[in-house]
Every structure is written in C-alpha cells, then in structure tokens.
Design a protein around this ligand. Structure first.
Ligand SMILES: NC(=O)c1ccc[n+]([C@@H]2O[C@H](COP(=O)([O-])OP(=O)(O)OC[C@H]3O[C@@H](n4cnc5c(N)ncnc54)[C@H](OP(=O)(O)O)[C@@H]3O)[C@@H](O)[C@H]2O)c1
Length: 385
C-alpha cells in the first residue's frame, strides 16, 4: 500500500531520534522512616464504688376513669378555642354583626316612664304603690337581689314593706306573714325571694299569696290566665323578654321561636307569651337530642338553662335574635370570677342578628317588670285605670 499521508516515513524518523537518547540513572530509594518509641503504659483507672440501688417507688393508684365528655361538651370546647383564636384576629375574617340589645338602657327608659306615671297617680290616690319582698335566711346572692329590688322601688316611688326572716323560720310563720300582707291595704305586690331554705315549701308559700298581689306571676291562677290568654300578672323575666323584643321592633309573628329550658319561672311562660304573639314555638330541654339541630332553626332563640355558654355560635341561625336569660358565675383560667350567660357571647355575636349581653341584657328587665307589675296591681286595686 502506498504511504499517501507520509505516515510510515514519520514513524521511522521518530524511532531514529529516540534511539540516540542517553539512559537516565534510577532515582535513589527514599530513606526508611525512623522507629517511633512505644507510648508509655497508662495506669488503670481506679475502681469506682458501687452506687446504692435506687429505692423502690410505691405503686401509684390507677387514675379514676373519667366519664367520656359528651359530644356537645367537646364541640363547645373546640368552638370556644377556635373563636378565641379568631377573637385575636378580628380584622382577618369575622366581623361582629349582631345588634346588642341593651337591657339596661331599656330598663332605665321604662323605669323613667313608671316614675312619671306613679307621680301622676299618687296625686289621685291616697298612697303610693307598695311592694313587700319576703326573704328567709341569709343567702348572699338573694340578699343582693332583694337590696336591688328595694333600691329600684325607691327610684320609681314605690314604697317597700319587705321583711327579712331568720333561716329557722317555720312554714307557719311564713304563711302567717303572707296572710297579713294579703290583708294589708298599703301592699299591692308580694314576692317571696327564691330559693327558700330546704325545710320550707316554696309551692305552698307562692300559692298562699293572693293572685291579685302575685307580682312574680307564679301563682297557679296567674299561670292559668297566661295559658288562657286572659289579662293577669305575668312572670317578670318572660315579660321582660317580650318588652325587649317590642322595644327593638322584633315581631314574633310567623317566626320560628325556640326556647331552651322548660322551667315554670322562665321557659314555659315565655313559650306561652311567644305563642300568644303568633310565633311557632319549639321547646328544648335536657333530654332533647342534638340540641344544635333544634336551635339552628330558630329565628328567635331564648336560652334559660343555667349552663354557662351551652349555646355556641355554630348552634345559632345566621341573623337570629338570641335572648340569653342565663346568669352564671364562673371562674376563668386566671382565677377571676365573672358573670356569663348560657350563650357563648363571643362566638354567637358573629352569627346572630340581635343578641342580649350578660350582664346588662335580660337581668335589668326582670326587676323593671316587677315594678311595672306592682304599679299595674296598684292601678287595678284602686280603680285608677
Ligand atoms: N336574668 C334573669 O333575671 C333571670 C331570671 C330567672 C332565671 N335566670 C337564669 O336563667 C337560667 C335558668 O333559670 P331557671 O330557673 O329556668 O332554671 P331551672 O329551673 O334549673 O331550669 C333549667 C332548664 O334548663 C334545662 N336544661 C338543663 N341542662 C340542659 C341542657 N344541657 N340542654 C338543654 N336544656 C337543659 C332543664 O331541662 P329539664 O327540664 O329537662 O331538666 C330545665 O328545663 C339560670 O341561669 C338562672 O340564673 C335569670
């Protein structure tokens, strides 16, 4: 084959060139590293003394089995916690929408009207209206309520004939005092402050009050009149709730009204009053399953249970009127005592259309309606109407 690229020729030139290079000597061997001395033997560590066995701890008793919290309790705790978080971030998501029903302001307004009315009536009659509140024992909460009632009487011109009995008072002594007041012409209203000491019969005492002087509206005759839709003295707290609705222009007619609680004092009379005002009434109580499903239907929700913050915002229909009758004293996590209602105000106020606060909602109305009942009884008894 011809060497077209001159490859063979170049290879021969290369071999010839290297044949004439001298052989280089081998590089010297590197010296062996010096032998290092063995490290000295370290002394054995000293034997440590045996430590004593730890004492046997006593067996602790098994913790008691706590009852499983019910569904509503868990739901309430979660909802309260979540509402608390949102409370810290008000600008982000929730806005307070409910109109606050100011019971204190309404009560002051009605008391002002009663004062003017009494001033005018006293000119015609020989005496002012009179109220007798009977208290037995020394329950501090009852004593505070009685003082408040007597102070309010003074403000509107009603004379107080209250009597305070020691806790050992017998049923006969209490009945005798009620009988005397029934006969006393200066007295238009008689109220037995509840609760009575356990040895006394509350129902017998209330039934002994003359129905026309029963300004608490708890005598069977007055409850019967309410049931029949006849005029009579109405239970003060329910009548106070109705006055609040009227004052805020809330007409129960055609509305779905739900009452939680069925006591003679609050739940049942308010149901009858709302029914008389043409609401469609539902009553719930401690045996009602799935309370939230019932309360979420309510356009007007009245809660009178005595369980702090039982009703949370998720149990309220958006835009509903929420009337919280409950008054509960609770101690918060800082150990401070405060009053709270049966409704969790912070969560419900984001959902409801109207809401009563506690305190300052229904409470002031109860006393005011007591004064109003006394004046009504005075007018009727003296024929001043
Ligand atoms: N603001 C005021 O002027 C005023 C006046 C009166 C009363 N209050 C307050 O209103 C609250 C209620 O008073 P009250 O005299 O009506 O009380 P109450 O006689 O003890 O009656 C409580 C009612 O609530 C029901 N209830 C209890 N636990 C319930 C639950 N987990 N779920 C649903 N319903 C439940 C009971 O049902 P059962 O019938 O099935 O047992 C009962 O009907 C109390 O906090 C009281 O202090 C306030």
């Amino acid at each position: 084959m011809q060497d077209f690229l001159g490859y063979e020729k170049e290879k021969n030139n290369f071999s010839r060139y290297y044949e004439h290079l001298p052989h280089l000597p081998h590089p010297p061997h590197p010296p062996h590293p010096p032998h290092l001395p063995h490290p000295p033997h370290l002394p054995q560590p000293p034997h440590l003394p045996h430590l004593p066995q730890p004492p046997h701890l006593p067996h602790l008793p098994q913790p008691p089995h706590l009852p499983d919290p019910d569904y509503e309790t868990i739901k309430k705790a979660i909802f309260t916690a979540v509402a608390g978080v949102f409370e810290q971030l008000p600008s982000l998501t929730m806005t307070k929408t409910a109109v606050i029903i100011d019971g204190k302001a309404v009560a002051e307004k009605i008391q002002g009207q009663l004062r003017s009315q009494v001033e005018a009536l006293v000119q015609k009659a020989s005496r002012p209206p009179g109220l007798a509140v009977l208290m037995v024992g020394d329950n501090p909460a009852s004593a505070a309520y009685v003082r408040n009632k007597e102070r309010s009487c003074g403000k509107v011109g009603i004379a107080s004939y209250g009597r305070h009995f020691p806790k050992e008072t017998t049923q006969e002594e209490l009945m005798e005092a009620i009988a005397e007041l029934n006969e006393d012409d200066r007295v238009d209203g008689i109220l037995v402050q509840l609760p009575l000491p356990n040895h006394l019969d509350m129902v017998a005492a209330i039934n002994h009050i003359h129905p026309d002087k029963d300004v608490d509206g708890l005598h069977p005759v007055n409850l019967g009149r309410l049931m029949r839709g006849e005029p009579g003295l109405c239970s003060c707290t329910p009548a106070g709730v109705m006055a609040l609705l009227r004052e805020y222009g809330i007409d129960p007619k055609g509305k779905q009204a739900t009452i939680v609680g069925r006591s003679i004092l609050v739940g049942k009379p308010i149901a009858l009053m709302l029914l008389a005002a043409d609401a469609t009434v539902t009553m719930a109580h401690s045996r009602s399953p799935d309370l939230g499903a019932i309360t979420r239907n309510a356009d007007i929700l009245v809660v009178a249970v005595g369980r702090p913050e039982l009703i949370t915002g998720d149990m309220v229909k958006p835009g509903a009127v929420v009337i919280d009758v409950g008054i509960n004293r609770v101690t918060d996590y800082e150990g401070k005592s405060r009053l709270t209602g049966d409704v969790n105000y912070d969560s419900a106020t984001h959902v409801a259309g109207f809401i009563t606060p506690v305190p300052g909602g229904v409470g002031p109305m109860t006393v005011t309606l007591l004064l109003q009942n006394t004046v009504e009884s005075y007018i009727r008894r003296l024929g001043l109407g």
